[in-house]
Design a protein around this ligand. Structure first.
Ligand code: FES
Length: 143
């Protein structure tokens, strides 16, 4: 069996929603200190809906495919749905990732959460702190 699914290869070769949103409502940047990959997510939010989302990822193919799929999964959705997006959902939508690449999808979940937190902070919107766990320590990540 191929190491990567066709969906991973497709989103790696033709990533959706790449770029920057000027005047974004929320921006989240996360990195994995072990592999050195960095992911940045830009959100435009209107009426509690993710009206636009873009990403910049400096990292491996799985990180690019994960960012691309994650943005597709939240685009046009209510912000509540974006907050619930898990790395498992991203991985499933990609038809799986090799075990040693699962941390790449974690980066996508964390970047979206960081962008949502930034949105709430910038707009003075109260939120439940437990929705935004402290940044994980990369010691537990396999690279
Ligand atoms: Fe680090 Fe993929 S995000 S190797």
């Amino acid at each position: 069996m191929a190491l990567y699914s066709e969906k991973v290869m497709d989103h790696f070769r033709n990533p959706r929603n790449v770029g920057v949103i000027e005047n974004a409502d929320g921006v989240g940047e996360v990195g994995n200190a072990k592999c050195g990959d960095i992911m940045k997510i830009y959100l435009k939010i209107d009426n509690d809906t993710i009206s636009d989302v873009k990403f910049e990822t400096f990292g491996c193919g799985s990180a690019i495919a994960s960012s691309s799929m994650a943005t597709e999964l939240i685009k046009g959705k209510p912000v509540a749905d974006a907050l619930k997006l898990t790395n498992q959902a991203v991985t499933e939508a990609l038809d799986g990732l090799p075990a040693h690449k699962l941390h790449c999808s974690v980066l996508a979940e964390e970047a979206i959460k960081a962008a949502m937190k930034d949105y709430y902070d910038r707009h003075g919107i109260a939120y439940d702190e437990s929705l935004f766990p402290a940044e994980h320590d990369c010691e537990s990540c396999e690279v």
